[in-house]
Ligand binder design. Structure first.
Ligand SMILES: [Zn+2]
Length: 151
């Protein structure tokens, strides 16, 4: 799929060293709109929306935000920890506003899966259906994410 000039600018902002050290695209060679469309197909197959996943992520981040870097066991299954790093990040899609650098790490003990995300990941998933490119350190595969958060 051909990119619009605006999408090209967004992709430029997602390169390593622009907003974050490692960028948002990893080794993915697909265009931004293809990355998003492919993940939307997976979501449809899974029967869950990006908004539902983002709300669940927000729930876990909120529950651990004030635990001062200590892991919290939630619902006897989810071991969750939120670390707050110095600094703030803007949305690469050029939304106004900046996001605190928080990293939430969740281990689903039943499924033996660990996933992690930032406050910005919650935003890009909820508002843009963007789970990052393959090979990006904060790429979240929707199928694995669903299993980690809801199974
Ligand atoms: Zn945004």
């Amino acid at each position: 799929m051909k990119l619009t000039p605006s999408e090209e600018q967004i992709m430029a902002r997602m390169q390593p060293g622009v907003i974050t050290l490692n960028g948002f695209l990893g080794f993915d060679t697909r265009n931004l709109n293809e990355i998003i469309a492919d993940d939307e197909k997976v979501l449809e197959m899974l029967g869950i929306s990006a908004e539902e996943l983002a709300e669940r992520m927000q729930y876990f981040s909120d529950k651990t935000f004030e635990s001062y870097d200590l892991p919290v066991l939630i619902d006897e299954i989810y071991e969750v920890e939120t670390n707050i790093v110095r600094g703030k990040l803007p949305c690469p899609f050029r939304h106004p506003g900046i996001y605190r650098k928080t990293i939430t790490t969740l281990t689903n003990r039943k499924q033996q899966i660990t996933v992690r995300w930032t406050a910005l990941s919650i935003h890009t998933i909820k508002e843009h259906h963007f789970f990052e490119g393959k090979g990006s350190p904060f790429r979240l595969d929707p199928q694995i994410l669903k299993k980690a958060l809801l199974d």
